[in-house]
Design a protein around this ligand. Structure first.
Ligand SMILES: [Zn+2]
Length: 249
């Protein structure tokens, strides 16, 4: 094995160890610090990933929204891993800003999948990640209305899609839960360049595809929830959908 193969794919300076890749590498460290600065947290250089997680948990106790803060740890760890794979296997160039945006986008998908009715609109989270932290007023509304579980014997898929601007890099996500609110599966993925409506339709298409792959082990009744009125309307009345949407779906 050549020495270059064992070097960190981000900085190409140090051997790739778990601690280096996820904590000590200058690239990863910039990502963590950029995120922590948004939350007004000063990060102390950790010994390894475990101690970083412990620091993260400790910090969460003073957070407005500790669940989102904790989730962000896993979102960025996972993003670092995926970005590292893209750099190694696809030769992707390291762009720290893009790298950071991907972490935020992923966190936004996860937030919307886990708390579809609690967090601000998906596009608002992506545009301004700090807004994830201010969910308190809507949490109170949730107590009254909340996520409504599907009827007995049914499952519900909450889906969403987000686009950079009105036409740009897009991502989709979804969360399937049963009548007891138990999460059966969730997904989040990039779908290239697209517009808002098509992206939301793609999210539903992916949800149905995943649901079909589960058939047999779960109920045959599925409820799909989407926050786009047009998309919901077209699903209920497919003949009203524009030709390009019909074709795609
Ligand atoms: Zn490195």
């Amino acid at each position: 094995m050549q020495l270059s193969n064992t070097l960190c794919a981000f900085c190409l300076l140090e051997p790739e160890t778990t601690s280096h890749l996820f904590c000590h590498c200058s690239v990863s460290w910039r990502i963590w610090n950029t995120w922590c600065r948004l939350w007004k947290v000063s990060l102390v250089f950790p010994a390894n990933v475990r101690s970083m997680l412990l620091m993260w948990q400790q910090c969460s106790k003073s957070m407005i929204n500790e669940h989102v803060w904790l989730l962000s740890f896993f979102s960025f760890v996972y993003s670092i891993w995926l970005y590292r794979n893209e750099a190694i296997f696809k030769g992707a160039k390291i762009d720290v800003n893009h790298f950071f945006d991907q972490g935020v986008l992923r966190l936004s998908w996860w937030c919307k999948a886990l708390w579809p009715d609690v967090t601000p609109a998906f596009s608002d989270i992506v545009a301004s990640p700090l807004r994830i932290g201010y969910v308190q007023p809507r949490t109170k509304i949730l107590e009254a209305h909340g996520w409504i579980a599907p009827e007995k014997g049914s499952v519900k898929f909450n889906t969403d899609g987000a686009v950079e601007g009105s036409y740009g890099e897009a991502g989709i996500g979804g969360c399937l839960r049963d009548e007891n609110s138990k999460t059966l599966l969730y997904f989040s993925m990039s779908v290239g360049v697209n517009n808002v409506v098509s992206t939301k339709m793609l999210a539903i298409k992916e949800a149905l595809k995943l649901y079909n792959s589960l058939k047999g082990s779960h109920s045959s009744t599925i409820v799909i929830e989407s926050d786009n009125q047009s998309v919901v309307g077209w699903l209920q009345h497919p003949h009203l959908a524009p030709a390009n949407i019909k074709e795609e779906f």
